[in-house]
Design a protein around this ligand. Sequence first.
Ligand code: ATR
Length: 248
Amino acid sequence: NPVAHSKSPRIHNRWLKSLGLNAVYIPFLVDDPAAFFRLAEVLPIEGFSVTLPHKEKVIPFLHRLEHPVKKIGACNTVFRKEGKWVGTNTDYEGFLSPIETLLREGSIQSALVIGAGGAARTVVHALCDRGVRVQICNRTAVKAEELAKEAGCGHVLQEEVNSSGPYDLVVQTTNVGMEPDIEGDPLPGYRFTGRETVYDIIYTPEKTVFLRRAEERGCKIIGGAQMLRKQAEAQFRIFTGGMNPPDY
Ligand code: ATR
């Protein structure tokens, strides 16, 4: 709530149609998760996506939580298994997918995560789970410290971020630089070395000011559209019992 802005119905319905599946993905504007779960028992709902502000609020209604939900405390995907509701979080897998090869070949040993909100929590836990040494940097330093304590990693003040590196990976998780304020840079004083991979989870615009600055320094860049696509693909496989979405 709100839900009208979501791109997910267009993405999932196009895939369902193209595979000829007798299913539809419909936006539900939900005030009260309890009421929605009652409705879901009446309608033949096999699974659904969960968006803000309900990602934590749905958890008490679930019968089983998969690993990322247990760890992050936020759920973006719910599906039925043997009549029970199971919750997972495909943002976790969606975030890791574009850097999976780099992680496997050992090219990412250290990372700087900018931001300490909900999106940062997913990113930080995913990286820590993969054995990456993470430092968190946030405008409000105490929030970086709290998240670092929760995840068992480090945190760094904005003023000290240049001397704390270099990092193999820099992940931008704040909404600074997102439409409509596309001129924003969350860490304007940060100097890229040119050797780091820079990943911004914002997908509108496709290339943020932060990514542009990194690219100009010669960094490899990854935009948020890749994460969005990968998390939607993971959801589709869950909803359809393992079918891969066609290319879109
Ligand atoms: P999300 O779920 O998208 O992560 P959030 O939980 O509200 O949203 O977190 C927003 C993050 O963006 C926070 O890290 C926030 O920093 P603060 O903790 O200091 O508020 C960061 N953020 C938002 N606006 C910012 C700005 N103008 N400059 C720097 N950081 C900003």
